[in-house]
Design a protein around this ligand. Structure first.
Ligand code: PMP
Length: 354
């Protein structure tokens, strides 16, 4: 830290993103990217429709909002386009939390939530998950604070039904309920429909997982127009050109080829069933996942040790040091070929231990 660093941030512990190592080619199953490239039609659209880069991008993202609104049967004024879900989340912490309305989220969930809260000097309350990693909705009723729920949750992969989310939204009329649906396209049901019915729910989605655009950095928030206006006040006070023209064009192209996204998601769902079966055969334990990852532990090997040994053998998975989950590794669902490499390396490691 330099002696010039603001005292506002000197105590901040930044988020640690998953590794993106460049030293060798890994079988990369650690950051829940889509293993398939963006659709060819999307890339073609990008090349043919790119707005000249000497001009600023459209701060309103009109074209992208129009096609997204059609996709989700809402109106464009119910959408704010952001630089990945991370930016939508940070804006939501800034817009809807303060001393009087603290943030509330689970103890085991997306690790960026407490960082956003600390960055913005927002107090937060933590609600522990149940023993089986489920969320007990009763603990979220009548809080009237700003609630953040990753649904499906990360890194557990468990989901709450929309009917339960609706109960939580109804019971917190004085607080916004923010549903982070980064992983909803792999078999989950979206709560976007609730944004037409309630003025205190916001759904945040990303193009990073099911839409193969993690490197493009694109996401959106859906909510009633008044909440979106609040988010835009923050956005226009931070970076009105938060989406570059290349990413915007890639996003529009992606939405014009929904069949490709569907096919990718279906393959991931099939591969998830395959990995679950193979991990079970090897004695791993894990909650049933509706996301593009499985959060698994083996009674035969320490979680950290498995992570390290897999990395030595060229396979990256995500391990968290937190005591309650340090026996687990979060494994992204890759291609069948990637999963077979993972399974072969797990078998090798188990053999070497005998
Ligand atoms: N929410 C959750 C639950 C996530 O796991 C992630 C990915 N790390 C994000 C949001 C952020 O996604 P992105 O910024 O790539 O859209």
């Amino acid at each position: 830290m330099s002696r010039y660093f603001s005292s506002k941030y000197s105590q901040l512990t930044p988020y640690t993103p998953g590794e993106q190592p460049q030293d060798m080619v890994y079988t990369k199953l650690n950051t829940n990217e889509c293993p398939f490239p963006p659709s060819e039609k999307a890339m073609e659209y990008l090349y043919k429709n790119l707005r000249p880069l000497n001009l600023y991008s459209d701060p309103q993202m009109d074209e992208l909002r129009k096609i997204l609104a059609e996709t989700y049967d809402i109106t464009p004024d119910m959408l704010c386009i952001n630089n990945g879900s991370d930016e939508s989340l940070n804006f939501a912490f800034m817009a809807f939390c303060d001393e009087n309305r603290p943030a509330v989220f689970a103890d085991i969930t997306y690790g960026f939530y407490p960082v956003f809260a600390d960055l913005n000097k927002i107090p937060y309350e933590i609600i522990p998950l149940e023993e089986d990693f489920s969320i007990d909705p009763k603990k979220y009723m009548g809080l009237n604070k700003t609630i953040f729920i990753a649904n499906p949750n990360a890194p557990t992969g468990k989901i709450l039904p929309v009917s339960t989310i609706e109960e939580i939204v109804k019971s917190n009329p004085e607080g916004v309920v923010i549903i982070d649906e980064a992983y909803v396209d792999f078999g989950g049901e979206s709560s976007i429909g609730l944004t037409k019915k309630y003025d205190n729910v916001m759904v945040i989605q990303t193009f990073s997982k099911s839409r193969s655009l993690a490197g493009g950095r694109l996401g959106f928030a859906a909510a009633c127009p008044a909440l979106i206006q609040d988010l835009n006040t923050i956005r226009y006070s931070t970076n009105p050109y938060n989406i570059n023209s290349m990413t915007a064009a890639a996003g529009i192209g992606t939405l014009k080829d929904p069949e490709y996204t569907k096919r990718c998601c279906n393959t991931i769902i099939e591969n998830r069933a395959y990995l679950a079966e193979e991990l079970k055969k090897r004695g791993f334990e894990f909650p049933e996942s509706v996301a593009n990852f499985i959060f698994a532990k083996s009674p035969k090997i320490d979680g950290g040790e498995l992570y390290r040994k897999l990395k030595e053998k060229g396979v990256l998975v995500r391990h968290f040091d937190k005591e309650t989950i340090c026996q687990y590794n979060r494994i992204t669902i890759g291609t069948r070929q990637q999963l077979d490499v993972l399974l072969a390396k797990i078998d090798e490691i188990m053999e070497e231990m005998q």
